[in-house]
Ligand binder design. Sequence first.
Ligand code: HEM
Length: 209
Amino acid sequence: MTDNVIACKVAKPDIAMRLRRETRDAHCQIEAVMSDLLFTTPIDLQAYKRMLSRHRDYYAQIEASLSEFNSTAVMIRERSKISWLNSDIDYLEDGSEQHRKEQPLDYALTTKLPVNEAQAWGFLYVFEGATLGGAHILDKLRHEPCFDAEQGLRFFHSYGRKTPAMWRAFQSALQQFVASTPGSEEQVIQGANQSFSNMNDLMKGVQVD
Ligand code: HEM
């Protein structure tokens, strides 16, 4: 056996590999829930709107929390998704911005927030990873007549052609954070699983029909 092969066998999996592996079940769960919601033909627009509103409320809460930690605050400044969600909601609600303030929540928002900076990176991982799935969702939904010229799909359009580069930049920043913060890996993974769990709770009851 060569030295390289031995090195591979004992190499510690990096944070990207660990996150993918240790959140796989949670991803499968949310993917199944979202697929049921989004890939009916024709799409249930009421359920789609409820999904967007819940996402917007949740993302607003978590993005505010990520802004409280130095390193994730820098990241979220150029990665906020609130305006995308608002523009989809505005389009589906006849273009008016009024409804945003008037709509009461149709569910209890009992979100668990990140309690330290490492967990915040785990939460950010879930938001950034969702942009990868977004491209697949966009491909399936762009043919629905209600999304003429991709209106109503801004959130899933995400970073568009920049998505792979944004993902690589995120992974590299995460790697740097973990390398400079000994013992943070477990907390990052815990944060990611907490975020998936929040989102699964959030999506319960979106489809009422
Ligand atoms: C119908 C819904 C979804 C589909 C079809 C889907 C599909 C995918 C696919 C195909 C990838 C891999 C993309 C690539 O490597 O190029 C991916 C990655 C990922 N998705 Fe989803 N996804 C969905 C929903 C979500 C949601 C709602 C979230 C989070 C709230 C999420 C979080 C992630 C994460 C974190 C990754 C990165 C995995 C890694 O570490 O490589 N996904 N998704």
